[in-house]
Design a protein around this ligand. Sequence first.
Ligand SMILES: Nc1ncnc2c1ncn2[C@@H]1O[C@H](COP(=O)(O)OP(=O)(O)OP(=O)(O)O)[C@@H](O)[C@H]1O
Length: 255
Amino acid sequence: MSAPILTVKDLSMRFGGLLAVDGISFDVSPKEIFAIIGPNGAGKTTVFNCISGFYKPTTGAIALNGKSIAGHPSHHVANEGVVRTFQNVRLFKSMTVLENLLVAQHRQHRPPPLSGLFNTRGYRESEQLKIHNALKWLDVMELRQYANREAGNLAYGHQRRLEIARCMITGPRLLMLDEPAAGLNPQEKKDLQQLIDRLRREYGVTVLLIEHDMGLVMGVSERILVMEYGRPIALGTPEAVRNDERVIKAYLGEA
Ligand SMILES: Nc1ncnc2c1ncn2[C@@H]1O[C@H](COP(=O)(O)OP(=O)(O)OP(=O)(O)O)[C@@H](O)[C@H]1O
């Protein structure tokens, strides 16, 4: 088995008197689709925030390909190829769909200073490449027809896909999706499941997923970590997790 792309060890995060994450450990293999589930307030998003550099963990280790990223600022973690979406879609809503994807590439294609002012060949080539990449991702996400529409005016399901495109256009190693199915209708959820699988298959990305929709989680994930009150209560295949007594009681039993 190949070495993990992501390793999380004994992660804890305290907010004042609340231990929101308490001794969480897991690792994710390259190209794996790994889900974190659990009831509301279990600490799932806090784990995401620690990995993506939005929070500095109280204790614990986080490593990407064996290199520590715990406590590193979010822009540094993003430069290492870790990108994420948020529970509430965060797009530049007054920009067009295309512009959102152009802006997303600022880390990958930085023309030399002043090249834009003098409209140098290097600058023009860099702009062309950005447009080419953006159109490619609009095609993959079936959003090309909306390229010039304001992102905030897209249907919600399309906004979610644009957010994923914005992540994928940076060529990430690890794509973190925080409740990507929230607010989607049943058909959109099916499409999302196929999309996640396709992103892994065709673009080799590893996916870390938080999701409440059990159909999606069970259908797409290879392994699942179940959290409750900040603690891990199960870790295994969808089959194992589905049949785990503590999980049924804590989470699935609620449904
Ligand atoms: N910045 C913060 N300050 C204080 N408490 C916080 C902060 N962020 C999260 N918490 C608390 O930590 C606990 C875990 O929250 P978290 O958002 O990680 O849970 P979750 O499993 O993602 O929940 P949900 O499924 O509802 O999104 C909650 O009790 C929450 O109120």
